[in-house]
Design a protein around this ligand. Structure first.
Ligand code: DP6
Length: 349
């Protein structure tokens, strides 16, 4: 029985202006536009999607640090299954899929691993079924798995336009500056906790939309922040950009605290990092902290400030730090499939 395979690689992205809150849960349409920077290949996810009559049902596996895990619960599968359904619809096929994703980032720690994974699966599935989709369509397909994934289709600095159409046709990401634009821009990923977060973004967002008054204010304010952020990036004005990034992260976490029941992702160590970065910036802004839906700090800075920042983090006993440059967009890989021609998983390729 024939097996149609496709493999793709995508890098995670970190939002500078965060996406939080959906105006449409099913189509994953956001209340606000967001801006991100794509990380480099160190933190990539590689996904192979195979379609065949051989497969009786969709099966999804992840490989992390050499171990294979099958995703079984409804919660674990809630992102990928709707994406596969849409792909089958476009390709006019009923074939079931086997999906294998190999991640180089801890999963579900609020470190944007799903952005890379759902982007890579969208591209891999489209490649397996030989769909001729452009980048905009692929971004939309990624979005249908996980909102932030639509930004990982592109490298560099990326804007996800929230769009206004009910069918989501104008809600996709595009690159406004590529990965070579800001050569000395650096992103420090600090892993202080590898455990899965208690409240997943999806659930947390619903709670916020339903209960937070501050959230409404945030949505009103964000179009202006988006414009300011874009301008700061285009002018490589790191001081303005870093200040916006810190305020934006604070704003998101203030909204999270305003949510009922309150959502608290930051830990004592996260707050210590905030204090240390503020101290480091006393004589001029040289770095920004930002936090997504988890306690792990991400720091935006410039190359020359990486050594002093590493020292500061070391003093806080943070050992697991990954330094990333601005990375490229998702791409199809021709020869490193994670599933062989018979449909078997290849653990070490
Ligand atoms: C805090 O994209 O993971 O990282 O669309 O429900 O899958 P779903 O959510 P997801 O949320 C990301 C939230 C964030 C901010 C951001 O990346 O913009």
């Amino acid at each position: 029985m024939k097996i149609l395979r496709g493999t793709a690689q995508a890098n995670p992205n970190i939002a500078i202006v965060k996406y939080w809150g959906k105006r449409d849960e099913k189509l994953i349409l956001p209340f606000n536009s967001s801006i991100s920077v794509t990380l480099d290949e160190k933190l990539k996810t590689i996904s192979t999607v195979a379609f065949s009559e051989k497969f009786k049902e969709d099966e999804v596996y992840i490989i992390y640090k050499g171990t294979l895990k099958k995703l079984e619960t409804k919660e674990e599968l809630e992102k990928i299954l709707p994406q596969l359904e849409v792909i089958r619809k476009i390709a006019k096929t009923n074939l079931r899929a086997k999906v294998v994703s190999k991640s180089f980032l801890p999963i579900a720690t609020g470190l944007a691993s799903s952005s890379a994974a759902l982007c890579a699966t969208a591209l891999a599935a489209a490649s397996a079924l030989k769909l001729k989709l452009n980048k905009k369509e692929l971004s939309i397909l990624s979005r249908l798995g996980s909102g932030s994934a639509c930004r990982s289709m592109f490298g560099g600095f990326v804007l996800w336009e929230k769009g206004t159409n009910e069918d989501g046709s104008d809600s996709f990401a595009y690159q406004f500056k590529n990965e070579n634009f800001w050569k000395d821009f650096r992103i420090l990923i600090c892993i202080i906790e590898e455990r899965e977060k208690k409240i997943k973004s999806r659930k947390g967002m619903q709670q916020t939309v339903a209960t937070s008054v501050l959230f409404r204010k945030r949505i009103e304010m964000l179009p202006y922040i988006i414009e300011k952020t874009k301008k700061a990036i285009l002018e490589k004005d790191h001081r303005t950009l870093f200040e916006i990034a810190m305020k934006e992260s604070n704003n998101l976490h203030a909204v999270l605290l305003d949510t009922w029941p309150p959502i608290i992702y930051l830990k004592d160590l996260s707050k210590n990092v905030i204090e240390e970065i503020l101290k480091f910036n006393q004589d001029g802004i040289k770095a920004a902290y930002t936090f997504d839906a988890g306690p792990n700090p991400v720091i935006f800075t410039l190359k020359k400030y990486v050594p002093p920042l590493k020292l500061i983090l070391k003093k806080l006993k943070i050992k697991n730090i990954i330094v990333s440059k601005v990375g490229g967009g998702a791409k199809v890989l021709k020869d490193c499939h994670l599933i062989d021609k018979e449909g078997r998983i290849i653990l070490n390729f």
